[in-house]
Design a protein around this ligand. Structure first.
Ligand SMILES: [Zn+2]
Ligand SMILES: [Zn+2]
Length: 465
């Protein structure tokens, strides 16, 4: 971890590495008042109002919030007055109308040009190599955008390595951003291993590396709100995931965080309609990766009807359909997806006696769970066999050998993308490429049918029947 006391702030290069490309409050700039004033006088820092007033509304300059309901007044202890502040981005430190945002306008940092930054020893499959070549080309030619549409389990992280290498060789600044913090936890160690001589910082709410001074960052998309004109290469993984696709301030932040001349790479297995239309109209270049890295097809979900499903779920029980299937299945680990957090907790508890009888052990994990990271790690280490979870684990996390059951697959939270991603958790390992995927439901929904259609279509494009 780089702390500020390691920085020699008397050198302009160090100042620029620390501050360039960011939008900062004064309290986020660890310089003395005297030093900071000098830099302002020399035009190395500039300021802009944090909240801009329009005739009938306001805009927060950090998160672009314009909703009146998301602004409020608060007494300011510095000015002894009441001021407007933005509630929308409050989790990143309060923005007040009396405090400007600062950005670095001094010298551009000269980032390191690495000779041979990639220390990964593996080889890419033919499909992966094709995507990697397109990525290198996009970065070399400074193409504005490229979508890599790769099925779940295609090994998309490895496909990125040659492109990232190319960028680092040319002294470019890179950010890999993803909507899900779990994905940051999973990607950061893998990237650190693949680029073992490159200092990579992880940036998410509560992370230690908050100064974001590294050449290569792995961040949640929320953290992009802190940047302006920062990155030569911005990779947005899981662009279709919540909250990125649902919160317009995040695509706004992504657009602002990249440099004017830069390349943005989008990665997903399930692009939303808007992107698919842009691809169709040739507005967005797309490289399709239809096969998993191990060469086996995607597991196709099986539907299992349960007429009185809701009656069972109301009392936090599972229907007989589940137990019938459970008794005849192979001994893989099992992910059980349920629509709500409370159902996850209650089911894990209620099912304990049954699972114990079958010499298995279950626990639950969801977004509110403080032990989330630890539980996922324990599951990975086979400390228990069954994990009852919500859509929080629908993507980004990889377990080598699991079956997957979706309980109440017709519930609204399971849209097509979620179901395709959930199904994609199974059969990830070359040693066990064929996990089972079961959708237990009390009536087929469009999303369920589309998910199966989508998966079958991918398999067809991958050359499978
Ligand atoms: Zn004030
Ligand atoms: Zn804001």
């Amino acid at each position: 971890m780089v702390n500020d006391h390691f920085f020699d702030f008397s050198s302009e290069e160090m100042l620029s590495r620390r501050f360039a490309g960011k939008l900062l409050l004064r309290k986020e700039i660890p310089l003395s008042d005297h030093h900071f004033k000098q830099l302002l006088l020399r035009d190395q820092f500039k300021s802009m109002p944090a909240i801009v007033k329009h005739k009938f509304s306001y805009t927060c300059q950090r998160c672009h919030n314009r909703k009146l309901s998301l602004f409020a007044n608060i007494p300011c202890y510095r000015c002894q007055m009441t001021h407007l502040y933005c509630r929308k981005c409050i989790h990143m430190g309060r923005i007040m109308s009396c405090e400007p945002l600062y950005y670095w306008t001094g010298k551009e940092p000269s980032w390191t040009c690495f000779d041979d930054p990639c220390t990964w020893q593996g080889t890419l499959t033919k499909d992966q190599q094709k995507a990697a070549d397109q990525l290198i080309k996009a970065i070399k030619d400074q193409k504005r955008e490229l979508l890599i549409w790769a099925v779940t389990g295609a090994g998309k992280t490895e496909m990125l390595f040659p492109g990232i290498s190319e960028a680092l060789k040319n002294g470019k600044r890179i950010c890999l951003a993803t909507p899900r913090v779990d994905v940051v936890y999973e990607l950061l160690p893998r990237l650190q291993q693949a680029f073992s001589h490159v200092y990579i910082q992880g940036l998410y709410a509560g992370s230690d590396d908050q100064d974001a001074s590294a050449q290569f960052l792995v961040a949640t998309t929320h953290q992009l709100l802190r940047f302006k004109n920062a990155f030569d290469v911005l990779i947005i993984d899981e662009m279709d995931a919540f909250p990125y696709h649902a919160d317009p301030s995040l695509p706004f932040a992504a657009k602002r965080a990249r440099k004017n001349v830069s390349t943005t790479i989008y990665l997903t297995a399930t692009p939303r309609k808007a992107q698919r239309i842009r691809v169709k109209k040739n507005e967005l270049a797309c490289q399709f990766v239809p096969r998993r890295f191990h060469g086996f097809p995607l597991p196709v979900p099986q539907f299992k009807m349960s007429f009185h499903l809701q009656k069972y779920l109301r009392t936090y029980k599972l229907p007989p359909t589940f137990f019938q299937w459970f008794k005849q299945r192979q001994k893989r680990q099992l992910l059980i997806f349920v629509p709500t957090r409370s159902l996850a907790d209650h089911l894990a508890k209620n099912l304990q006696p049954f699972f114990q009888k079958h010499k298995t052990f279950a626990t639950s994990v969801h977004a509110d769970d403080l032990d989330r990271e630890e539980k996922i790690t324990s599951f990975r280490k086979h400390k228990f066999t069954i994990l009852v979870t919500t859509t929080i684990l629908e993507r980004g996390v990889t377990f080598p050998s699991v079956d997957v059951v979706v309980i109440d697959a017709g519930h609204d939270v399971f849209d097509t993308a979620a179901l395709v991603q959930i199904a994609g958790r199974a059969g990830r390992s070359p040693n066990d490429p064929t996990g089972e995927v079961i959708f237990i439901h009390d009536g087929k929904t469009k999303a369920m049918k589309w998910a199966v259609h989508f998966i079958s279509m991918m398999n067809k494009r991958g050359g499978f029947k």
